[in-house]
Design a protein around this ligand. Sequence first.
Ligand SMILES: [Fe+2]
Ligand SMILES: [Fe+2]
Length: 285
Amino acid sequence: MQIAHFSDVHALSLEGARPWQFLSKRLAGYINLQLNRRDKHPVRLFEAIVEDLNRRPPDEVIVTGDLVNLSLEPEFALARSILDKIALGPHHVTVVPGNHDVYTLDALAKRSFWRAFRPYAEGDRAHEDAEFPVVRERGEVAIVGISTALPSPVPLADGWVGRRQLAALEVALGRLAGKFRILALHHPPYTNRHSILRGLRDRGALQAVLARVGCELVLHGHEHRSLRRELPGPDGPIPVVGVGSGTYEDPRRERRASYNVYTVENKRLVSVETRIHDPATNRFI
Ligand SMILES: [Fe+2]
Ligand SMILES: [Fe+2]
């Protein structure tokens, strides 16, 4: 089974945005974006990922958040329209939110992420007010997606799983033991040098859940870098893979836009392929 994983495409569209939407955090985020990001995450790279996925389709796709920048409606509409071009369809494409998808209290209150991506974010037991964690069982694989996204004041970009979700996650992972369980979340579940401002606050509690009930693979984004770690599990170390931004344009190969494809055979991770953007052809190779 092949599972593709991309993240942090940061689709930008300011079409129809009104000035008052940029007040407060958005104002700071907007200025920062104008200075740093405007040409850094071109939408054509997001489209190139979709073309690559359609050329050589995996069985499943996982997207670990930050699909947009400022949680504006036109951005969600743009990101949704590009996701909808993935031929596999939402049943086989699982999306969890990043901090930029729940960037403001307004976006949280309006449940903008959920409304924009519902077919991609609901689990097998979908219902009207479905919340994370979501579980999708697909053959030998079970995908468990959690939300770590919360609005937080500038300059924070931190995340939080929360006690309710942690308890539900532990139950879900316990029930799914025997499958190849993939946990998908936006923030890295371990301490790094960005943890104070950009880290997952309750990563210790999440690590304790994983140590008790286990999981076969953890996937995250947020750092815009390709990262490999391990966390302790009940039967040995659990591989943790952070994928780089899917759309970052940078001359340095190690920072350039990329996405991963994992191959799982007989409930074991047998390979990780990283596909990197080739600026000359706008293709992933
Ligand atoms: Fe990001
Ligand atoms: Fe992020």
